[in-house]
Design a protein. Structure first.
Length: 237
């Protein structure tokens, strides 16, 4: 006879905001088959209401909704929650991706998508949902970052960064795996009046790689997303 249900199993709750009912139904079937609990909303306003009520672990957000743009939904969500957001869109342009990421999306998936890749991206953003505030020490194979103490140690001792280098590293490390746009980094480290001066950023990223990467010309941790921004990747551990 089967045993009693496992009351300790943690259920991951997802919210899908998608106005295409056929795609929404397909996503529900797919995600529930992988043991996720799924809620569906077909408009942006309904999605915001469900998100506030249900507090999902991640949101899958279509960028083209009947009542408001998906970027507006992402912006509204970011006013009160850091829940991971995967943006869905049939538009595969750099400007669309940057707009979604600037609005607060953690990843961007283009329709039609490969199911296994979509699931892998979803798992990745769910892992990123574990905030570094609870674990302020980030350990890699080549250095250890103590976010609270603002210190970095390598195999040969402390690695010193300039204040601005530290601001860039801290912003990337606090969002592991997430693409942080050039504009977001520039505004954080230099201020809003410098958000177009991407050449500043390239110089500083090069300096950071020279200090922290084992092979600066083949970066392992501080990865460039051409034309969009950078991400901190520690998945090689």
């Amino acid at each position: 006879m089967p045993g009693p249900p496992d009351s300790t199993r943690v259920v991951t709750k997802l919210l899908v905001i998608e106005d295409d009912t056929a795609l929404g139904r397909a996503l529900r079937i797919l995600l529930e088959a992988h043991d996720y609990e799924v809620a569906i909303a077909t408009t942006g306003s309904e999605g915001l209401t469900v998100a506030e009520r249900e507090h999902p672990d991640a949101i899958i957000l279509d960028l083209y909704l009947p009542d408001m743009a998906g970027v507006m939904v992402a912006t509204a969500l970011r006013d009160w929650t850091d829940v991971p957001i995967v943006a869905l869109s049939a538009v595969d342009t750099e400007s669309a991706k940057v707009a979604a990421l600037d609005a607060g999306a953690d990843d961007y998936v283009t329709k039609p998508f490969v199911v296994n890749e979509f699931l892998a991206r979803l798992r990745a953003v769910l892992r990123r949902g574990t905030t570094t505030e609870a674990t302020p020490v980030v350990v890699t194979d080549d250095f250890t970052i103590d976010l609270r103490a603002k210190q970095i140690r390598g195999h040969d001792g402390e690695i010193r960064l300039t204040p601005r280098q530290w601001q860039i590293v801290e912003q990337l490390v606090r969002h592991p795996g997430r693409l942080v746009t050039q504009q977001q980094i520039l505004q954080h480290a230099w201020g809003p009046e410098h958000d177009a001066k991407t050449h500043y950023l390239r110089i500083y990223i090069s300096q950071i790689r020279n200090k922290l990467e084992p092979e600066p010309s083949r970066p392992r941790y501080f990865i460039t997303e051409p034309g969009m921004g950078y991400r901190f990747d520690n998945n090689g551990r």
